[in-house]
Every structure is written in structure tokens, then in C-alpha cells.
Write a new protein. Structure first.
Length: 123
């Protein structure tokens, strides 16, 4: 089920506002028309919410660091279902780019930012 997969990726739908939930489900309908694999749909919705929607709110995440951990979850799914690999590769790159850009603007020492970005690129 897509909502369970979203929760496993780190997005808690119960924490979304009504408006954000309505917009997320509109996107779900759009993606579902193009995609048949349930986990592919969940991955694409998750990335849409985080990267593309401009709705992202970290309080909707299940735990701290969930966005970064979502890549490992997606890869674990691919290990048991290789059909997910093209979606996971594409969407993981979108998440990495999103996080890279956040790190670029972080209020931290430059060396810490560079180290975090380097580790992210190697993930």
C-alpha cells in the first residue's frame, strides 16, 4: 500500500495539513496514471513532495534524517525487487541534489559543508 511505503520512506501522512494532503493525493492520481508498480508510485510521490512540490515541511517526516535515509530504504527495496532500479536511481539522484543544495546554504563551517556534500555524493 502506498501510504505504508511512504511511511517507511519517512513521510507521515497524518502530519500533513489538509491542503498538503489534498495536493499530494492529486499528484498521486497523476503518477498512478503513468506508473503501475506500487512502490514506484510511493517513491515518486515521496520525491515529488520533498523536491518538487514546494510543500516540504520537515515536521511531516517520521524522524530526523528521514530524507537521507530514504535512499537506503529505496535501495533495500531494489535488492528484493530489481524492477525498481531505474526509478530508484533517478529519484535517489533527485534527493541527493536537493540535499546537496540545502547543505550549500547551511549555517555551518565551510569544511563541514564540503565534507557533508562529499559524503552525500558518494552515497
Amino acid at each position: 500500500m502506498v501510504s505504508e511505503d511512504l511511511l517507511e520512506l519517512g513521510l507521515d501522512l497524518d502530519r500533513l495539513s489538509e491542503d498538503h494532503l489534498r495536493r499530494l493525493w492529486a499528484e498521486f492520481k497523476s503518477i498512478r496514471a503513468q506508473e503501475t508498480h506500487v512502490r514506484s508510485i510511493a517513491i515518486r510521490i515521496f520525491v515529488w513532495y520533498i523536491v518538487e512540490s514546494k510543500l516540504f515541511n520537515s515536521s511531516a517526516m517520521r524522524r530526523s534524517g528521514a530524507v537521507g535515509r530514504s535512499i537506503a530504504t529505496m535501495r533495500a527495496w531494489t535488492a528484493s525487487d530489481p524492477a525498481l532500479e531505474p526509478v530508484v536511481v533517478r529519484e535517489a539522484e533527485a534527493i541527493k541534489l536537493f540535499l546537496y543544495q540545502i547543505f550549500e546554504n547551511a549555517a555551518a563551517p565551510r569544511g563541514t559543508i564540503v565534507e557533508a556534500q562529499t559524503r552525500l555524493l558518494q552515497a
